[in-house]
Design a protein around this ligand. Structure first.
Ligand code: 13P
Length: 260
């Protein structure tokens, strides 16, 4: 069975005390659950909180509960004021980094070519990558979503040889992020299946069948089960609903029920 993943992207939220409370709440909730060997739980706090938050991930959970950054620099080190290198993220306990979130593509104007450099930096520093893709509402209305997603993925696919097991894809339709408007399970499944087809064409069926593809965009405890029941949806990248332990755990429960 493919690895199932529930990842919380905290974005630019919370103060330090709240971040500590949240990781503690998630950890104590996980303590009372029977976590399947096949599930990974990931949280992605803002850079300044990574080190501290990591200290609250119990050693007994570290085989399935992982820390992720929300972004990494395209550069290795040096005079890049404000940037955070992948090696630094690894140093403070990250196992993963997000790359290519639509908010960064939009506000930081990150290009597909830059994102490839970030992926390379991550791999060079033993970080796994959750690579985000997804279309805007205009692109979907113009029925260009498959084309857009293929374009976002094809540049990065050329860098994956040797690191295929360290790469996770997150499909996040931009129109569903933070809007309360979730893609229907069928809409999401259609795109996930398409992405798996791209993987199969490029790397063969085995790789395509083994790579986890997550859905993100207004996923919450009430709609998670229907999404996770889809054949090609292997988990979620959760924004708003990951900011409260209870709702994040509710989404984890939806996945645990699906796996059981
Ligand atoms: P929301 O769950 O708040 O829609 O955010 C999704 C997202 O962008 C996760 O990366």
């Amino acid at each position: 069975m493919r690895k199932k993943i529930i990842a919380g992207n905290w974005k630019m939220n919370l103060n330090l005390a709240e971040a500590e409370d949240l990781v503690k709440g998630v950890a104590s909730g996980l303590q009372t659950r029977n976590i399947s060997e096949n599930l990974k739980v990931i949280i992605a706090p803002s850079h300044p909180y990574l080190f501290t938050v990591n200290t609250f991930i119990p050693g007994s959970q570290s085989h399935f509960f992982h820390l992720s950054a929300q972004d990494c620099s395209i550069n290795k080190s040096g005079a890049f004021t404000g940037d955070v290198a992948a090696s630094m993220l690894k140093n403070v306990g990250c196992d993963f980094t997000l790359v290519g979130h639509s908010e960064r593509r939009k506000y930081q104007k990150e290009s597909n070519e830059e994102l490839v450099e970030k992926v390379k930096q991550a791999f060079d520093n033993n970080l796994k990558v959750i690579f985000c893709c997804g279309e805007t509402i205009e692109e979907r209305k113009a029925e260009k979503h498959f084309e857009v997603i293929e374009n976002q993925l094809e540049t990065v696919f050329s860098e994956l040889e040797g690191n295929l097991e360290n790469f996770v894809i997150a499909y996040e339709p931009v129109w569903a992020i933070g809007t309360g408007e979730t893609a229907t399970p069928q809409q999401a499944q259609e795109v996930h299946k398409f992405i798996r087809g791209l993987l199969s064409n490029k790397f063969g069926n085995k790789v395509a069948e083994e790579m986890s593809i997550l859905y993100g965009g207004s996923c919450k405890p009430t709609n998670a089960s229907d999404l996770f029941a889809q054949a090609d949806i292997d988990g979620g990248l959760i924004g708003g609903a990951s900011l409260k332990a209870e709702s994040f755990l509710g989404i984890i429960d939806a996945m645990l029920n699906e796996i059981a």
